[in-house]
Design a protein around this ligand. Structure first.
Ligand SMILES: NC(=O)C1=CN([C@@H]2O[C@H](COP(=O)(O)OP(=O)(O)OC[C@H]3O[C@@H](n4cnc5c(N)ncnc54)[C@H](O)[C@@H]3O)[C@@H](O)[C@H]2O)C=CC1
Length: 407
């Protein structure tokens, strides 16, 4: 059985227009054939459907890039340990997936396409299973963490400090899934907003989005002393570990500041002295929720320049505009390493402009936005973001960080 990425991609493209129906059918079929699996999923399945779609899309389009796909599947396999997923569950999922693709492909289905899907699924499942089994010997499936600080920076943005019960290794720039006691089996993704610390604490920047179960709980109903669960750290937007370090441009939109701040902390702690420009964007000046801390960092590290940018407040007495536009007002960034994080549309446009400006894709770092990344979408309103935008990562595998997504 050999991989045939072309056949898998073609058949997947053909069912993409009806993907919402296909994913609903998939779960219906999975739970009808394996009812015992239902208890592993949250009561409301809408976010779960989007996550599956996002992950599947990423896997299919990365089939030609075994290196990055293997890395992604390894992380996914380790992360699935927190659900209690076992090797035998992959068979049930594979059967339901194959039946779904076959049904929605209709007349276009052939034995060759079936063989291509079986080969691709088997390879992907094996990578996830192997990674999970290897991880089981060395790392917990999840961490219990205590809330040791909770600061409300705006009425809907909190900076929360957590202390995991046992040390949780991670790299600056990574993200993890969080579950609160109030919403069992509902996991939402947040970035770690600091570099590793000697006391093992981590910080999250959380915006409560209307209707968002986990984000609202974290911002408004969480107190010091509460406990929550953390999945393993994941993600590839991490600082380089080699000797070479160029000057750095960081572009952070809203709470997308979290992993960017971790990366800046990491660079400062590394003892290197690159010039760092940090463009930190918000809609209004009152939403520049962490500016005080950033200015403190700037005063202790003279090579850091923090540049606040406000987009929706005409009377603001500082730099105004949308981040992708503002990025272009400066000299060329072509010689820089660049880190970008924030709303998906902002990330996409910033990356596009920077590439147009001559920054090589390999030097532009952002986690590809997809169904398994970012950020507490508790329901559809949360998925669309505060302004009802429909540009949530779950729907934009075509966007995100082009440097990382392979087609
Ligand atoms: N909380 C976390 O740990 C993390 C959050 N994120 C993502 O960061 C985003 C933050 O959302 P909010 O704080 O509500 O940001 P926001 O909607 O308040 O926007 C923040 C900044 O991005 C700019 N912006 C927004 N949409 C834009 C567009 N279409 N084109 C150009 N610029 C645009 C705004 O002008 C502003 O400067 C979310 O999408 C979240 O998923 C990403 C990583 C980590």
């Amino acid at each position: 059985m050999s991989l045939n990425p072309r056949l898998v991609k073609e058949s997947f493209s053909a069912i993409q227009p009806v993907m919402a129906k296909a994913v609903a059918y998939f779960y219906g079929r999975l739970f009808a054939e394996s009812p015992h699996l239902r208890s592993m999923f949250p009561p409301a399945m809408d976010v779960q459907r989007d996550r599956l779609f996002g992950a599947l899309t990423r896997i299919v389009w990365s089939l030609d890039s075994p290196g990055s796909l293997g890395f992604y599947l390894g992380q996914l396999g380790r992360d699935h340990r927190k659900y209690g997923v076992l090797a035998e569950h992959y068979t049930a999922v594979g059967n339901a997936l194959l039946a779904t693709i076959k049904r929605f492909a209709g007349d276009t289905w052939t034995t060759e396409i079936e063989a291509a899907w079986v080969a691709a699924y088997t390879a992907a499942a094996n990578l996830m299973i192997e990674a999970a089994e290897a991880d089981a010997g060395v790392s917990p499936a999840w961490w219990l963490a205590e809330v040791v600080d909770h600061e409300l920076h705006t009425p809907d943005i909190a900076v929360i400090t957590l202390r995991p019960g046992t040390p949780m290794p991670f790299v600056a720039g990574q993200y993890l899934n969080v579950q609160v006691a109030r919403w069992p089996r509902v996991w939402r993704t947040f970035s770690i907003a600091n570099a590793p610390r000697p006391d093992n604490t981590i910080r999250l920047h959380v915006r409560a989005v209307s209707g968002g179960w986990v984000s609202t709980t974290l911002v408004s109903h969480t107190r010091i002393g509460d406990t929550l669960l953390l999945g393993p750290p994941m993600g590839t937007m991490v600082p380089p570990d080699g000797e070479e370090m160029r000057d750095v441009l960081c572009v952070a939109g809203g709470t997308g500041l979290a992993p960017i701040k971790a990366i800046v902390e990491h660079i400062i702690a590394s003892g290197r002295r690159p010039n760092i420009h940090l463009l930190v964007g918000a809609r209004t000046s009152s939403e520049l929720y962490d500016l005080g801390d950033l200015i403190r960092m700037e005063s202790t590290f003279p090579w850091l320049r923090v540049l606040p940018v406000v987009s929706h407040q005409p009377a603001y007495d500082g730099m105004r505009g949308l981040l992708p536009d503002v990025v272009q007002r400066f000299h060329s960034w072509a010689g820089h390493d660049v880190y970008v994080c924030g709303p998906p549309a902002m990330v996409r446009e910033t990356v596009r402009r920077l590439q147009g400006d001559g920054v090589p894709p390999a030097r532009i770092h952002c986690d590809p936005v997809n169904g398994d990344s970012w950020h507490d979408p508790g329901d559809q309103s949360e998925i669309r973001g505060r302004s009802g935008r429909t540009d949530h990562p779950n729907t934009v595998e075509s966007g995100g960080c082009p440097g990382n997504v392979t087609r």
